[in-house]
Design a protein around this ligand. Structure first.
Ligand code: 1HN
Length: 336
């Protein structure tokens, strides 16, 4: 038998045939730049509502699949993104999992999510966290459908074979804390004297848009824009000053009217959700126009620039915090 066949039968494979794919000269993501126009995809969210209930689906989510990674439920190799729609009167039943989730509210008003015994109402532009292994259910008592972006780290959890999940016995978990309790305890530059940090995730699980928008506005009037990001702020955990989530870096940024950012690339592929304004993004050799509620993805190590025709506000998330903890994050400011 030829060498390779003999070796193969012993579950042996030659490194020299795969070495440069395993350890490339520079990141070679299979992910492609991509953009989802909300106007184009909203009809599919609505049609999904005719096909399946939230209860039957558990979560009625249309996955934003990267065109270079079809069939894998990925928007980048490490990140999940999906748009969830919940109709008036529906309840997405309680469950918990090791994967952490973020919600970024895209359309509608007056639905809630309950996390670890506390409800929070969700408004467009709010950034909401479901920490690892916390019970969560969602409900929509409002008269209109609600849509939000779901960002999850489960691909990272799964590659480490560390995933567990559990359904709650019953549709909804009991509510044990009044609305706003977490914000009162951790969102006012105060902490209870006997506060004990229980996880690396921020105890704040709703970062309301009105607060972040106002902060961006004031920041833009009190300092110069960064050439690569204009006015960009990270959501942080007020207990330790670190990122709001241990696995996902989350940010909100304002690109003022007529501003164009200087090319920037990093090893953290990033998902963007447009809140306000119109503009365009050039990602590698692709260019997309964006407007509110659109989504786009910048893969690892692809340079991009943002241009705003009107003041643009963008939410984004990436796996940067994981890379930083592992000391493998790299960025390049400028052309290269
Ligand atoms: C999940 O639990 C939610 O709780 C949303 O709303 C999206 C995607 C994959 C796995 C679990 C939710 C999800 C998810």
């Amino acid at each position: 038998m030829p060498f390779y066949d003999k070796a193969n039968a012993q579950n042996l494979a030659p490194l020299w045939r795969v070495l440069h794919g395993l350890v490339p000269d520079q990141p070679k993501p299979n992910a492609l730049p991509a953009h989802w126009s909300y106007a184009a995809i909203r009809p599919y969210l609505m049609e999904a509502c005719d096909i399946i209930s939230t209860e039957e689906a558990e979560r009625r989510v249309m996955i934003l699949e990267n065109p270079g990674l079809r069939g894998q439920s990925r928007i980048t190799p490490s990140l999940f993104a999906g748009l969830q729609i919940i109709l008036p009167g529906e309840i997405a039943p309680a469950h918990r999992h090791v994967a952490s989730a973020l919600r970024f509210i895209v359309e509608g008003s007056g639905a809630y999510t309950a996390v670890a015994g506390e409800k929070t109402m969700m408004e467009p532009g709010d950034f909401v966290i479901t920490p690892s292994w916390t019970w969560h259910d969602h409900g929509n008592p409002s008269p209109n459908p609600m849509v939000w972006l779901d960002g999850l780290d489960m691909h990272v959890v799964n590659i480490l074979s560390a995933s567990f999940r559990e359904s709650y016995d019953g549709k909804e978990q009991p509510i044990t804390r009044e609305q706003g309790a977490s914000f009162a305890e951790a969102g006012c530059n105060l902490l209870p004297e006997d506060y004990k940090q229980e996880s690396l995730t921020s105890p704040l699980f709703n970062y309301p848009y009105r607060i972040s928008r106002d902060a961006l506005d004031r920041m833009s009037r009190s300092r110069d824009p960064d050439r690569h990001h204009a006015f960009k702020m990270l959501y942080i955990n007020p207990v330790n000053g670190g990122p709001a989530m241990p696995t996902l870096t989350t940010a909100i940024q304002l690109v003022p009217k007529s501003f164009t950012t200087t090319p920037y690339k990093s090893t953290a592929g990033t998902v963007f959700s447009v809140v306000e304004g119109k503009g365009s993004v050039v990602i590698g050799d692709m260019r997309f126009e964006f407007e509110p509620r659109d989504h786009f993805v910048v893969p690892s190590w692809v340079p991009f620039t943002l241009s705003a025709d009107q003041d643009a506000v963008l939410f984004s998330y990436s796996d940067r915090v994981i890379q930083e903890k592992l000391d493998i994050f790299r960025e390049m400011r400028g052309n290269a």
